[in-house]
Design a protein around this ligand. Structure first.
Ligand code: 3HC
Ligand code: NAI
Length: 700
């Protein structure tokens, strides 16, 4: 017996219970306890079968990720599993909550598996840049066939118990009390003298594997998994399961996970796992801060952003009223929302009934009076300070006391907006990313006077509507766009100096970005930025030393994909090729300005775009705009597509080494001045001390 694992007898059935909050992860203590419990109950002749069950909110949720990279303690999981599989009596895993990773692998080392209907099972290691390293790649193909096993492991998604039963991963779904149900299941095994089903001893059935299965599978996932080494290793393990005996397969699996564990990709993905949880914690806002109820919502503006924001509320079952200025704008906005839902329905991801329910939660209106009782209103109207101020004054007069007044502004000073109300403590920024119904990120902008209660409520609400909320302070562009502007400025400057858009795009794509800045401009529409710059010159000041090529192209009618030409030319089949007119324009512009074009290396492109963003991130930390490096990283991965296997820009900088990043930043500052390369004392101090951003707190 130990603090975290106990065992007892119930008639002929021995019951091992794990109780290691919060998620019963397989720490050294849990492994030791299961090992001891199995040995003890196996040796007890009065026990005829054993049940492995967990207390608390879940079955074992996996290996203890906090132990990774540290010297091993206690019995290894594989030894525990062998002990279980080799027991002389059947062991039945009783699953509730989530049996994930090492948790499911432990269950696979049991002879039978039983779950309640709400339980989920899965092997999510791939999401941590790993492979299932405790026999998952060898036992699952034996249990359910290599084709299905490969898909389950490559997806890494949790599978609901009824589906897991259909897949033969579990043997039974029990209604009612799990403990009672599993004990009854075990008793039946005893009564029927059922065989000990050792999964490792099952022969892999590869007879139905299509010809060239593995080669075709590799091709099918190549684009999605670029930059990630784990999927290839997983495929190799499943191949081994098909071709080699269990023990040899286990060796290949063991070598594979060891290699992945030591790699930077897995380090980055594990950092992301903990960072996602860390960003939910706001140091001066305790967990028990009172929160307001969000039962109804309102959105101002049914344009690009307002429509998506409205869908988020409706998707979460929250009734939402959308207010527009004209019937025409309202009809257009609601029409687009319905079209989006119908598209999802056509793809089979929503039923017609789901669409009707969601549309039923959305009410259109032309009057602010209709939203007076909403618990929260999100303003998503034109990006114009004068208009926003007018609207917030109006909201202040109309909204019920206690309502949260949120703005989706991308750049404007939230404090200035809040100041026009008599309740600045209720005002907050909710910066959604486009398309707002799809993108997971929500930058939550905390104004100088925003109350803790409002902040805590919005953090929880983010979770309710399926977003990952990250707190940002007030400044031009908040955390993400402020860094992005450094990144894009450098990309544009390099055009004038010698690079072409496609070269820069290729380098950044190969770095892992979903697309480079110029392909992105073509996708978003070059006219959109031009219009913003014309309308709001104060928000987007133009540097006279650098032409804005996007504006030049937009004025020539080259708006990007929608006009079939921008930086690239687009064919009917969505193929794209460099636009020679753009090349000529760029070269002419360099000549006009007397700039001698030079070869720009791929390394310089990475440094100038990514390091410029990192330098700005360091300044945001210094200024308290970002709470921690992980907040910046989560924003860049979820809002801008920064490759997760690099852990976000700040984690990437730590991997590169801050001395190297700092030296390059200084070099560029000397060459280009500090307009786009502003000095960060934090970056310098950390670099000089040989430290990382993860040590930043000692230095501010
Ligand atoms: N190891 C260590 N800590 C873990 C953990 C794990 N496997 N899983 C969760 N935690 C911690 C979280 O960091 C969090 O800590 P905090 O409260 O201090 O922030 C706490 O447990 C609660 O976690 P969540 O906030 O995520 O709780 P939820 O109830 O929302 O979700 C969960 C529970 C679905 C189990 C989710 O935590 C999860 O997905 N966990 C990871 C599962 C996983 O990836 N398992 C595979 C691990 S790798 C492995 O097993 C390798 C093997 O093949 C050898
Ligand atoms: P949009 O122009 O597509 O939509 C704005 C809508 O607001 C229009 O339909 C307009 O009729 C309506 N509107 C204007 N004044 C109104 C009022 N007083 N009452 C009700 N409705 C009114 O603009 P978009 O792109 O949706 O931007 C909205 C806000 O979201 C801006 O503050 C913008 O900076 C921000 N934002 C935009 C992103 C984007 O990618 N488009 C990303 C993140 C934030």
């Amino acid at each position: 017996m130990s603090d975290v694992v106990s065992w007892a007898k119930e008639g002929e059935i021995g019951v091992i219970t794990v109780n290691s909050p919060p998620v019963n992860a397989l720490s050294a203590g849990v492994r030791q306890g299961i090992f001891d419990g199995t040995k003890a109950l196996d040796a007890d002749e009065s026990v005829k079968a054993i049940v492995l069950i967990c207390d608390g909110r879940t079955f074992i949720a996996g290996a203890d990720i906090t132990e990774f990279g540290k010297p091993p303690k206690g019995p290894g999981l594989r030894l525990v599993q062998e002990t279980m599989e080799d027991a002389s009596k059947p062991i039945v895993a009783a699953i509730h909550g989530t049996a994930l990773g090492g948790g499911l692998e432990t269950a696979l080392a049991c002879h039978y598996r039983v779950a309640i209907p709400s339980a989920k099972v899965g092997l999510p290691e791939v999401k941590l840049g790993l492979l299932p390293g405790a026999g998952g790649t060898q036992r699952l193909p034996r249990l359910i066939g290599p084709e299905r096993a490969l898909q389950v492991i490559i997806d890494g998604n949790p599978i609901p118990a009824p589906d897991a039963k259909d897949l033969d991963i579990i043997d039974a779904v029990v209604e009612g009390d799990l403990r009672e149900g599993t004990i009854a299941f075990a008793q039946k095994l005893v009564d029927e003298n059922a065989p000990l089903r050792k999964v490792s001893a099952i022969d892999v059935d590869a007879s139905s594997l299509p010809e060239n299965f593995f080669a075709d599978f590799r091709k099918s996932i190549a684009r999605k998994t670029r930059g990630f080494p784990a999927p290839e290793k997983i495929i190799q393990c499943i191949e081994a399961a098909v071709e080699k005996p269990f023990d040899e397969g286990m060796e290949i699996e063991g070598a594979g996970i060891a290699e992945l564990m030591a790699g930077t990709e897995s380090q980055a993905l594990r950092y992301m796992f903990f960072s996602e949880r860390e960003v939910a914690k706001i140091p001066d806002v305790p967990k028990d801060t009172p929160q307001r109820e969000i039962k109804t919502a309102a959105v101002l503006g049914a344009g690009t952003m307002g429509g998506g924001i409205t869908m988020n509320f409706a998707n979460a079952g929250i009734p939402v009223t959308v207010v527009e200025m004209t019937q025409e704008a309202l009809d257009r906005g609601l029409g687009i929302i319905e079209k989006n839902y119908r598209n999802t329905q056509a793809k089979g991801r929503l039923t017609a009934e789901d669409v009707d329910t969601r549309m039923g939660l959305i009410t259109g209106s032309l009057s602010y009076d209709d939203i007076a009782d909403a618990d929260i209103v999100v303003e998503a109207i034109f990006e114009n300070m004068a208009i926003k101020k007018e609207v917030f004054e109006k909201l202040d007069g109309i909204m019920k006391p206690g309502a949260i007044l949120a703005s989706n502004t991308s750049y404007l000073d939230l404090d200035e907006i809040a100041a026009v109300t008599n309740r600045p403590e209720d005002v907050i920024g909710l910066h959604f990313f486009s398309p707002a119904n799809v993108m997971r990120l929500l930058e939550i902008v905390r104004g100088a006077k925003t109350s803790k209660e409002v902040l805590a409520t919005c953090m929880s609400m983010a979770k309710t509507i399926g977003k990952i909320g990250v707190v940002a302070g007030v400044c031009h562009g908040f955390i993400g766009n402020r860094m992005l502007s450094r990144y894009s400025t450098e990309a544009n400057k390099m055009l004038l100096e010698g690079a072409m858009p496609w070269q820069i795009d290729d380098v950044l794509y190969n770095f892992g970005m979903p697309m480079g800045p110029f392909a992105m401009g073509d996708l978003a529409g070059l006219d959109v930025g031009t219009r913003a710059r014309e309308e709001f010159p104060d928000l987007f000041p133009i540097d006279p030393d650098f032409p804005v090529f996007a504006d030049m192209l937009a004025k020539m009618g080259l708006h990007g994909q929608k006009t079939k030409a921008g930086y690239y030319k687009y064919g009917e089949d969505r193929s794209k090729s460099p636009n020679p007119d753009v090349e000529a324009l760029i070269i002419a512009e360099s000549e006009k300005r007397g700039i001698e074009r030079r070869e720009i290396s791929d390394e310089e492109i990475i440094e100038r775009c990514i390091y410029a963003a990192i330098n700005e991130g360091a300044r945001e930390l210094e200024e308290g705009i970002a709470l921690r490096p992980c907040d910046i990283d989560i924003i860049w991965i979820n809002g801008y597509g920064f490759p997760s296997y690099r852990g976000g820009p700040m984690f990437y900088a730590d991997l590169v080494g801050l001395d190297k990043v700092h030296a390059a930043v200084e070099r560029y500052r000397q060459r280009y001045g500090d307009r786009n390369w502003k000095y960060s004392a934090l970056l310098e101090k950390l670099a000089k001390a040989g430290k990382k951003f993860s040590d930043w707190q000692e230095f501010v």
